[in-house]
Ligand binder design. Structure first.
Ligand SMILES: Cc1cc2nc3c(=O)[nH]c(=O)nc-3n(C[C@H](O)[C@H](O)[C@H](O)COP(=O)(O)O)c2cc1C
Length: 202
C-alpha cells in the first residue's frame, strides 16, 4: 500500500472484532516500524506498553469511559514517554557517529534539556505523537485498523501499568480488525485555506 493510500484510508475505528488476534510476528513488525519514527537528538524517548493481559485491559477500559476499543482491539499500545531519556547514557543514541559528532552532540543534549521540565515534556509528547501516527499507518498497510485515544483517566492508567515516576503517558493506539468497513472518505476536513498560513499570521 502506498503511503498516501494508508494516510487516506486510516480512520479511527471504534468497533473491533474481539475474537481477532494479531500474531506475535505482526505485532513486532508494526512496533519495529514505529521505532523508525524521528525523535529530537535521536533520544527515542517513547516507550510502548503493549497490554495483553485481559484483566488489565478490563481495568483500563473502566478508566477509559468504558470504550470498547480498549478490550476488543487485538493490540492495545499505551504510548509513554521517558521524560529523562535524554540523560540516560545519551552516547548510546549516537554510538555509531564519528567521535567529533559525539563530542558535540552529547553536551548539546544536556544543555537543551537540563532543568527544563516543560521542554522535556513537550519533546516527549512530540515523539509519541509521531510514533502513534507511524503505528497507525503501519497497521493500515498490513490491513488493520486503529484508534488513537486519549479518552481515559491518565492517573488511573498510570497506576494500572505501574508507570515509573519519570515517565508520562501520551496516548493509546488500539489496533485490530474493524467490524465495519471504515468510512472511505475523511469527513469534515477544514479547507487548506483555513489551516495553511503562508509565511506569517496576519
Ligand atoms: C490524541 C487523540 C485522542 C483521541 N481520543 C479518542 C478517544 O478516546 N476515543 C475515540 O473514539 N476516538 C478518539 N480519537 C479519534 C478522533 O475522534 C478522530 O481522529 C477524529 O474524529 C478524526 O477522525 P479519523 O481519525 O477517522 O480521521 C482521538 C484522536 C486523537 C488524535
Amino acid at each position: 500500500m502506498h503511503v498516501d493510500s494508508a494516510i487516506l484510508k486510516r480512520r479511527s475505528v471504534r468497533r473491533f472484532d474481539p475474537s481477532h488476534k494479531l500474531t506475535k510476528k505482526e505485532c513486532n513488525k508494526i512496533l519495529s516500524l514505529a521505532i523508525h519514527s524521528p525523535t529530537a537528538f535521536n533520544i527515542q524517548n517513547w516507550r510502548f506498553v503493549v497490554v495483553e493481559d485481559s484483566a488489565l485491559r478490563k481495568k483500563i477500559k473502566a478508566a477509559s469511559w468504558d470504550q470498547g476499543q480498549v478490550t476488543d482491539a487485538s493490540m492495545l499500545i499505551i504510548l509513554c514517554a521517558d521524560l529523562k531519556a535524554w540523560e540516560k547514557e545519551p552516547l548510546r543514541y549516537w554510538r555509531s557517529a564519528p567521535e567529533p559528532v559525539q563530542e558535540f552532540i552529547v553536551p548539546a543534549i544536556q544543555q537543551y534539556y537540563t532543568g527544563l521540565d516543560q521542554v522535556q515534556r513537550d519533546e516527549a509528547m512530540r515523539s509519541c505523537g509521531i510514533a502513534a501516527q507511524t503505528l497507525m499507518l503501519a497497521a493500515k498497510s498490513y490491513g488493520y485498523d486503529s484508534c488513537p485515544m486519549d479518552g481515559f483517566d491518565f492517573d488511573t492508567v498510570a497506576e494500572i501499568v505501574n508507570l515509573p515516576h519519570d515517565h508520562a503517558i501520551c496516548m493509546f493506539v488500539a489496533i485490530g480488525k474493524a467490524l465495519d468497513e471504515p468510512e472511505a472518505i475523511p469527513k469534515d476536513k477544514l479547507p487548506l485555506e483555513e489551516v495553511v498560513i503562508m509565511d506569517r499570521f496576519n
